[in-house]
Ligand binder design. Structure first.
Ligand SMILES: Cc1cc2nc3c(=O)[nH]c(=O)nc-3n(C[C@H](O)[C@H](O)[C@H](O)COP(=O)(O)O)c2cc1C
Ligand SMILES: Nc1ncnc2c1ncn2[C@@H]1O[C@H](COP(=O)(O)OP(=O)(O)OP(=O)(O)O)[C@@H](O)[C@H]1O
Length: 313
């Protein structure tokens, strides 16, 4: 997959682009609804014998348009999106810089610059996709801008439990730490990749060493708490538990949050390595421990509970 960075000032990439079927939207999370849109583009591309492309935007429009809730952190920051889209068989990813100039393009201008000029022959989006100045363009009018130069497919609403699956819904579940429900909406566990910044035996916690991870600020953070996780490093998956907290005993508490994990059956020295944490379930909120004994007992209970959950996967 190739990634192309575009903006309203430089919309056309310098080379002649091969024809594509395009899925368009912000796609934060690449949840089941998004997957349906992207899979439809893959099917259309196969039918037409052309490439599959996805168009996303950066940053989130809410940031540029100064909305009351601004999404500057993502369920899937750009590198995660690239990884997932590559696995879905996408050939080209267009990352369009979202700024006020882009937001002021009329729907017709947007369709000219970002569909026709990029050699898009088919456009797929969901029932609620809007584009162009004040979001005035919709899938209903898109064929009138296409003037026969591309065809369109509108994907019907994908719901779960009578409610639309959306990035907003998943952000709400991350605020509650409801990783089990998130897994059903994403069709995969929520995961983050981070670098190990400390790999040591904790003064307080019993058992194998804690691994402290730097969680990139671009990720939308989960609720503080203890989670049953799988950890991927050096090409292998290990069962374990994670605590996401303000930095429990540290003298400087960190508003951004600290992520520590402990794997049950291995304790390699991972300093500086990139590892991936898959969040499967919420175990409990962070509690204030009176003494080392209470913490040790709590951690043994947590480990038992995590092992039970992870065995059922
Ligand atoms: C899965 C897990 C859960 C934890 N939960 C708590 C907790 O609820 N309360 C607490 O005070 N410490 C808890 N700890 C311990 C702290 O996260 C931390 O490792 C310990 O306080 C040592 O901190 P230090 O590295 O600053 O010395 C937990 C550790 C692990 C591995
Ligand atoms: N549940 C869904 N069913 C069908 N299409 C969807 C669904 N969710 C999103 N889409 C489509 O996927 C594309 C990307 O949508 P977008 O990024 O706005 O997702 P969203 O989950 O609705 O986000 P948000 O909650 O932030 O509004 C758009 O074409 C949109 O219409």
């Amino acid at each position: 997959m190739r990634t192309f960075h575009l903006s309203s000032e430089s919309p056309i990439v310098s080379e002649d682009l091969s024809a594509s079927a395009l899925a368009v939207g912000f796609f934060d999370g690449i949840h089941k609804g998004h997957q349906q849109v992207i899979r439809t583009a893959v099917q259309q591309a196969d039918k037409l014998g052309i490439d599959t492309a996805v168009m996303t935007f950066t940053p989130h429009p809410s940031v540029v348009l100064n909305k009351s809730v601004q999404h500057a952190r993502y369920i899937t920051p750009l590198p995660e999106k690239e990884r997932i889209l590559q696995d879905m068989g996408v050939d080209k990813l267009f990352v369009v810089h979202f700024d006020l100039a882009l937001a002021s393009l009329s729907p017709a201008e947007f369709a000219e610059k970002f569909f026709v000029d990029l050699n898009i022959r088919h456009v797929v989006a969901g029932f609620d996709f809007s584009f162009g100045y004040k979001g005035k363009g919709s899938m209903k009018e898109l064929p009138s801008y296409a003037k026969g130069r591309f065809t369109t497919t509108t994907v019907a609403k994908v719901s779960q439990g009578d409610e639309k699956i959306s990035s907003t819904r998943i952000r709400g579940l991350l605020n509650q730490g409801d990783m089990a429900e998130i897994k059903t909406l994403l069709n995969r566990p929520y995961s983050i990749q981070g670098e190990v910044v400390e790999s040591q035996t904790s003064r307080e916690a019993p058992g194998p060493p804690m691994i402290n991870i730097h969680m990139n600020e671009a990720y939308y953070p989960p609720a503080f708490g203890i989670y049953a996780v799988e950890v991927e490093f050096r090409g292998e998956i290990h069962k374990g538990m994670a605590v996401y907290s303000m930095g429990l005993l540290r003298s400087e508490q960190n508003e951004e949050g600290c992520l520590e994990v402990r794997t049950f059956d291995s304790d390699p020295y991972l300093y500086g390595e990139k590892i991936r944490i898959f969040f499967h379930d919420f175990i409990r909120p962070v509690i204030e421990c009176e003494d080392r004994e209470q913490l040790m007992e709590q951690l043994l209970n947590d480990e038992r509970e995590c092992r039970r959950i992870l065995t059922l996967l």
